[in-house]
Design a protein around this ligand. Structure first.
Ligand SMILES: [Zn+2]
Length: 286
């Protein structure tokens, strides 16, 4: 069974480091809710003074706008005036995205899988929100229609290696191949290469950060592991995500790699709850 996890003690250290790195160096532009002007992204959010997660959910409710969900191409172009700086070689992955303000980032790993991904896409579409999908190349290669459906809906397609190995166990040449081959199939399928990658099992090392930067991708881990890969029951997944919710939090879930029925069902419950609590569901530009 495929799964991704971080050692809890290490997570806290990584999180603080990543927050600092993100606050200082990572320019992020948000795509939050329905786009008002097709083809143009939302304006940049001002960086927040702190990268640390707030203690509780925001009080103010953000009205939902049930507009058309097919918004614009995935990451075809950055907004006017936005320039991509050369990527630094990070020492740790990003664990949360505080620049996104009172927003939560939903991420789904290991797919696309025709058994579960369509239902997840349907639910995201129902609530008019975008998510990040960290796809495996071997899955993307045989599920091109689902890839295009993701892109058409405005989701961000990201790189999760070709076959989900524990990358630090591989020689650098094979690490690179795992990522580069996956980026190639993503670009071939949806027309744009991924800007983000995530190491399977949360297993990162220095060489991987070097390779990722050379391939023009940023490393994104997560803040809250839904633990859906343990099949703990839908209620446990829902409560875990709602308990961990906070501004800038990145949630890890899975749409493949095993029976993901609980992940599918949980999304139907926690997504409207997060929206009712006043969170926006956002995806970043780099
Ligand atoms: Zn994974």
């Amino acid at each position: 069974m495929k799964k991704d996890q971080l050692i809890p003690g290490r997570r806290a250290v990584l999180r603080i480091t990543a927050c600092l790195g993100a606050a200082l160096t990572c320019r992020l532009l948000t795509v939050e809710g329905p786009a008002k002007t097709p083809g143009r992204a939302a304006p940049a959010s001002p960086p927040q003074a702190t990268g640390l997660k707030a203690a509780g959910p925001p009080k103010a409710l953000v009205p939902r706008n049930p507009s058309a969900y097919r918004l614009r191409p995935m990451t075809e172009s950055a907004p006017a005036g936005f320039s991509r700086a050369a990527l630094q070689v990070r020492k740790e992955p990003l664990l949360e995205l505080p620049e996104l303000g009172r927003s939560i980032v939903l991420t789904f790993d290991d797919g696309p899988d025709p058994n579960y991904t369509p239902e997840i896409l349907r639910t995201l579409r129902k609530y008019d929100v975008r998510a990040m999908f960290f796809v495996c190349g071997e899955m993307a290669d045989v599920n091109g229609d689902l890839m295009r459906e993701m892109a058409d809906d405005g989701h961000i397609i990201c790189n999760h290696t070709w076959s989900h190995p524990e990358l630090p166990l591989l020689p650098p040449s094979r690490m690179r191949t795992q990522l580069a081959r996956t980026s190639d199939v993503i670009e071939k399928t949806v027309g744009t290469p991924p800007l983000w990658y995530r190491a399977p099992y949360g297993a990162w090392n220095k060489k991987l950060f070097e390779i990722g930067a050379k391939l023009d991708m940023e490393p994104l881990a997560w803040t809250v592991d839904s633990l859906d890969w343990t099949n703990p029951g839908t209620n446990r997944i829902v409560s875990g995500i709602l308990d961990g919710a906070g501004p800038g939090v990145v949630v890890l879930s899975h749409d493949a790699g095993g029976n993901r029925s609980q992940s599918v069902e949980a999304l139907r419950e926690y997504l409207p709850s997060l929206l009712d609590e006043g969170y926006r569901i956002a995806v970043p530009y780099r």
